[in-house]
Design a protein around this ligand. Sequence first.
Ligand SMILES: Cc1cc2nc3c(=O)[nH]c(=O)nc-3n(C[C@H](O)[C@H](O)[C@H](O)COP(=O)(O)O)c2cc1C
Length: 146
Amino acid sequence: MNVLLTYISMTGRNKKIAEYLADYLEKKDVEVTLEQIVDTDAFELPTYDAVIVETYTYNDGEVPDEAKDFYDDLADVDLKRTKFAVLGSSSKAHIHFGRAVDYFTMALNSSNSEQVADSVKIDQDPDEDDFKRVERLGDYVIKSLK
Ligand SMILES: Cc1cc2nc3c(=O)[nH]c(=O)nc-3n(C[C@H](O)[C@H](O)[C@H](O)COP(=O)(O)O)c2cc1C
């Protein structure tokens, strides 16, 4: 099973979480491609068994600017054979907490992909419980591919 974990991070939180999740999946013998959303071609997603998208939220509940091309392209990709999960650190200090996680969740559902874990929103820096939620998301992705 090959999984793409693609993330966007401005101040490093989502990078750290993505690296943690990639390590966790690799320890469970999953082949993981870890890359940034700016380097991801949405049209390559059907070549993966599953895609995990990780994003922060910016500007009153928006998808980050640098992720918008990828986000827009999802509307033109058919992902009926690719499962997905979404997560992201954002901040409860802003309105529309983690709204970009919701946008990606909706976009991937609209692309015929099957959501295999509840989307995970993390408030700023992840604590121990958040890392457990991240691991559980990884477990659901693995389970869906067996
Ligand atoms: C200018 C600005 C706008 C933001 N807007 C939102 C927002 O609308 N909703 C939200 O949940 N978080 C918002 N955030 C918080 C970031 O999503 C949060 O700090 C996140 O953890 C950053 O992740 P990163 O360290 O991976 O870049 C905003 C942050 C900044 C600096």
